[in-house]
Design a protein around this ligand. Structure first.
Ligand SMILES: C[S@@+](CC[C@H](N)C(=O)[O-])C[C@H]1O[C@@H](n2cnc3c(N)ncnc32)[C@H](O)[C@@H]1O
Length: 238
């Protein structure tokens, strides 16, 4: 939301938004207000490309709250945002991608390029809160949709949001991709070579590897679908 503002305006605006929410929710209880404002801080931090900026934005509110000693909380409560952060983003997730949801209609044209037979299995590798699964469902209503997510917390939320899909908690790189006809990813540019190698090893010829925003360097895609806002969907056939 504020990620387009110049630095450090983006950080100031984000901290102000966290404080605003905290103040507004304080009558509901200090812990609720703290948790909600910390989550907002995390959400506002993710869109930033640089890790240190994300850290500054996410940590700004809880640290300033601590410093201002305004929180009438038990001493251990300051650990709450840290716990939340670790639950939401266990360390391994950071290596691949922070939480960025796939926009709902982003995959609507995909089934015209990558055709699947009814009942074929589709994996969202790193399914986060399930937004990618929802977008895949619009594109492939007859497919068997599955997701895998490293964060226990995100996997649990995705399971609740996408009851029609199977959501596993685990490492997408350790999962066997062989049963899938299409693997969808929305990760980081750095993850794409590994994804391509794994897709070539695991997936059957004719299967599909689809990536939102990030291409496999040096590989010609079967298709590149233009999306709103200058974004793209990269479609590779194995
Ligand atoms: C950019 S989000 C995409 C979420 C979802 N695919 C979507 O498009 O809405 C990337 C997700 O991948 C997860 N992730 C990163 N590395 C992972 C790994 N090795 N195994 C499983 N999930 C991972 C992160 O926790 C995060 O939720």
């Amino acid at each position: 939301m504020f990620s387009t503002l110049i630095w450090p305006l983006a950080a100031l605006a984000s901290w102000a938004a966290c404080w605003f929410l905290y103040r507004a929710l304080l009558p509901q209880g200090a812990l609720i207000a703290l948790a909600a404002a910390s989550v907002l801080g995390l959400a506002l931090a993710w869109p930033h490309a640089r890790r240190w900026r994300r850290l500054i934005i996410a940590a700004g509110f809880p640290l300033s709250l601590l410093a201002s000693a305004q929180a009438l909380l038990p001493a251990w409560a300051w650990l709450l945002p840290l716990l939340l952060l670790l639950l939401t983003y266990p360390q391994r997730s950071w290596r691949d991608a922070p939480l960025f949801p796939t926009p709902l209609g982003a995959l609507d044209e995909l089934s015209q390029q990558a055709r699947l037979a009814p009942g074929e299995r589709v994996l969202d590798a790193g399914c986060g809160l399930g937004a990618g699964l929802k977008a895949l469902r619009r594109a492939y209503p007859q497919a068997q949709l599955e997701g895998i997510e490293w964060s226990h917390l995100l996997a649990a939320v995705a399971r609740l949001r996408c009851r029609w899909a199977r959501v596993h908690q685990g490492d997408m790189w350790a999962l066997d991709w062989r049963p899938y006809r299409l693997v969808y990813l929305f990760q980081r540019p750095e993850s794409m070579v590994q994804a391509w190698d794994k897709a070539r090893t695991d997936l059957a010829p004719g299967s599909w590897l689809v990536s939102l925003d990030f291409e496999v360097a040096g590989r010609k895609p079967e298709a590149r679908l233009e999306l709103q806002g200058g974004r793209a969907l990269w479609v590779y056939r194995i």
